[in-house]
Write a protein that binds this ligand. Structure first.
Ligand code: RP5
Length: 152
């Protein structure tokens, strides 16, 4: 089955990622949720990202707040598609997620990261599903079912 890695920069981010986990589960997509920080555990990020494709992951979702370098740091080490989720709770920083949004969106040419809305965890799961749906008919069917139910 397809596998998605959900990475996040801190345990404090986990509640915001619940819709991502829930949506992947609903769509029947295997996933692993791992906490690692581009700044606090850079060696772990490198180790994970450099081996992720060989480990069988097909899409990586990377969420982080503040300077939010995790998605870009991961993308630097893997050819897999990386979907970035900027995080920001009201009042958590002076700019409430705008920092993370710009950090993730403004990647230099050559190392792209897809960028969701601030706290767009659910859409990250759906975007990962759309990528996997190109290869896996079961994911495509699950996604089509979701879209129909959403429109009903
Ligand atoms: C980022 O710094 C994390 O993704 C988190 O959003 C933010 C604050 O982390 P903690 O100080 O709560 O661990 O790297």
């Amino acid at each position: 089955m397809p596998r998605v890695a959900i990475l996040t920069g801190s345990k404090s981010d986990l509640p915001v990622l619940e819709p991502c986990v829930q949506t992947l589960t609903e769509l029947g997509i295997d996933h692993e949720l791992l906490v690692m920080s581009a700044h606090r555990s850079p060696a772990r990020v490198q180790q994970f990202a450099a081996t992720a494709a060989d480990s069988g992951f097909e899409v990586i979702i990377a969420a982080a707040g503040m300077a939010a370098h995790l998605p870009g740091a991961v993308a630097a080490w893997t050819p897999l598609p990386v979907i970035g989720v900027p995080l920001g709770q009201p009042g958590a920083t002076a700019v409430s997620g705008l920092d993370a949004l710009l950090s993730i969106a403004q990647m230099p040419p050559g190392v792209p990261v897809g960028c969701m809305a601030v706290n767009g965890a659910r859409n990250a799961a759906l975007f990962a599903a759309a990528i996997l749906a190109l290869k896996y008919p079961a994911v495509r069917q699950a996604l089509e079912r979701f879209r129909k139910e959403q429109s009903a």
